[in-house]
Design a protein around this ligand. Structure first.
Ligand code: GDP
Ligand code: MN
Length: 377
């Protein structure tokens, strides 16, 4: 689960990581009021969206007067940043920057640990740094039993700073960030940039956190920070109905029983040159109510041109599934072509029942994939 910068900043502040005072705003007038309230010589107006790269997209602007605050707020609100429309901005006290650094804790699959990543080349070009000069990014594997004790924090901070005062300040931030990372079951805690000001203060001016969805049940306060996108709302709704659903954006809606079969079905569609609109595992049984719910979910996606139903009848018999589908589709009226592939127990009887109906019946997966892709065309 992702959260917004303003939410991550609050978490940083509650763990004692130095961040500037800021106010969340929904319109231009709020932004002007925030500027007055912050009473700072310079503020920064920042888009709040669930993606990085806001600076490069024009979503982060400095202002020293009301006119500029108004102008930047008006420009940033409504901006499309990588498909996310900005509906909120953060107005924050700005700082003068001498240099920008990169710091993050992330779960690393390779070392099966949390790793601390650090670089003296922080800021908006960190991706380029990682690409062209990876040696400038230091990685420290954290032993979960030891965590980040003083010596390690200091050793890490020396990767960023040479002056002992700055090293101490950074070491403390690294320890606090680790504590926050572990205590909230985060999968990412990133400060980019961590800055050194001309007064030699070390501060976080951006904050990014992502949390492990499977641990949210034990962090109700973090879970409450969830602000789903339209797609995520749909996925949540599907989850509450007992489906695993992931939106993918193609034109062939998939309804499958079993996660492995659902994955294979998506592969099959791709093989024949189509694009699955979703991953949907409706689980073991295929009773009509479940099929109706699943169909509603698929048909609510306006990009779906064809639906492919792929069912393996194991304990559930294919003839029962076929009857369930016929029942279900008496209640759902749709012009969208539906391809059905049934296999397993009583598959012949199942297919027999579907013959002569408006369904396109396939025997093999390959046939089903090919039919679905052709129907899209
Ligand atoms: P991102 O592009 O989404 O990562 O947004 P950031 O919050 O990291 O901001 C992008 C860049 O804007 C930073 O790397 C800074 O160079 C600049 N910036 C952000 N806040 C401030 C600030 O308070 N003062 C100054 N001088 N620059 C800032
Ligand atoms: Mn940033």
């Amino acid at each position: 689960m992702k959260i917004h910068e303003y939410q991550a900043r609050d978490l940083f502040a509650s763990y004692g990581i130095p961040v500037e005072k800021s106010i969340l705003c929904r319109d231009v007038n709020d932004a002007v009021k925030a500027f007055q309230e912050l009473d700072a010589p310079m503020v920064v107006v920042k888009a709040q969206v669930h993606t990085g790269g806001r600076g490069k997209a024009g979503g982060v602007k400095l202002a020293t007067n009301e006119i500029d605050v108004r102008k930047h707020a008006a420009n940033i609100l409504g901006l499309d940043i990588k498909g996310f429309i900005v509906d909120r901005i953060l107005v924050s006290r700005a700082v003068d920057i001498e240099s920008e650094f990169y710091v993050s804790y992330v779960i690393d699959r390779k070392s099966k640990s949390t790793i601390l990543m650090l670089s003296r080349e922080g800021g908006v070009d960190i991706e380029d740094v990682a690409h062209t000069t990876p040696e400038k990014i230091h990685k420290i594997v954290i032993d979960p039993l030891i965590g980040v004790p003083d010596y390690l924090a200091r050793q890490a901070a020396f990767k960023l700073f040479d002056d002992i005062k700055q090293v101490r300040a950074a070491a403390s931030i690294l320890q606090k960030l680790y504590k926050l990372f572990v205590e909230t079951d985060a999968s990412l805690a990133e400060i980019n940039p961590l800055v050194l000001t001309p007064d030699k203060e070390v501060k976080a001016i951006d904050a990014k956190m992502t949390f492990d969805d499977n641990a949210l049940y034990r962090h109700p306060k973090i879970a409450a920070l969830f602000e789903p996108t339209e797609e995520e709302k749909k996925e949540q709704k599907a989850k509450s109905k007992g489906f695993s659903y992931v939106h993918l954006g193609g034109e062939i809606g998939c309804m499958v029983n079993g996660a492995g079969l659902a994955m294979a079905t998506m592969d099959m569609i791709k093989l024949y040159g189509g694009n699955p609109s979703n991953f949907l595992d409706i689980g073991g049984s295929s009773n009509p109510t479940k099929v109706i719910e699943a169909m509603k979910l698929l048909l609510s996606d306006k990009d779906v041109k064809v639906v492919l139903i792929n069912i393996f009848g194991g304990i559930t018999r294919c003839d029962d599934v076929a009857r369930g589908l016929l029942d279900a589709f008496e209640q759902i009226k749709t012009n969208i072509p539906i391809v059905i592939r049934l296999t397993g127990t009583n598959e012949k009887e199942g297919r027999e029942l579907l013959k002569g109906t408006h369904f396109h019946v396939a025997e093999t997966m390959g046939e089903a994939g090919r039919m679905a892709v052709e129907l899209v065309k």
